[in-house]
Design a protein around this ligand. Structure first.
Ligand SMILES: [Cu+2]
Length: 156
């Protein structure tokens, strides 16, 4: 995402240059002014920083699913992300994740849990239950439809 954003920035600069020169000069490489290079570099660094914060810096909210009954259940509030965004469950027992959508952002109208073949629509102001039974310990990602918001199921 960051690389493509930088490429986009640079290619739009090239496109503008191409329009202003005639075809005989088209293959000559154009030296960019230093200020422009600096701006593009800083923009790239800013994007990388934002992305690092988004994926690593935001503190995880970890919750152990209730496993006192036959089915391990956890309610997850969907509102600008997932709360909690990390759910710990035990292997070999059915899991019900109850996604309660409170955010009308269309970005969040789908929930994906690809490792368990889950792709469900989340209805606004309702609870949608994702059901699966993990057999192997590990970490499994759940995300919105565009994989911008993400959470993790930790299977022990
Ligand atoms: Cu999304």
């Amino acid at each position: 995402m960051t690389m493509s954003a930088i490429l986009l920035l640079t290619s739009s600069v090239h496109a503008r240059e191409d329009n202003s020169i005639n075809s005989q000069q088209a293959l000559r490489s154009i030296e960019q002014p230093l200020s422009r290079k600096v701006i593009i570099t800083l923009a790239g660094i800013g994007l990388i920083g934002t992305e690092l914060w988004w994926f690593l810096g935001k503190s995880r909210q970890v919750q152990q699913a209730d496993s006192s009954t036959e089915i391990q259940t956890q309610t997850i509030i969907v509102d600008g992300g997932y709360q909690p965004d990390t759910v710990v469950v035990q292997a070999g027992k059915p899991v019900h994740l109850r996604f309660q959508r409170q955010d009308s952002n269309s970005c969040l109208d789908q929930i994906l849990l690809p490792d368990f073949g889950v792709q469900l629509h989340l209805t606004m102001n309702e609870i949608t239950t994702v059901k699966f039974t993990p057999t192997e310990p590990g970490e499994y990602a759940f995300t919105c439809g565009m994989q911008m918001f993400r959470g993790t199921v930790v299977v022990q």
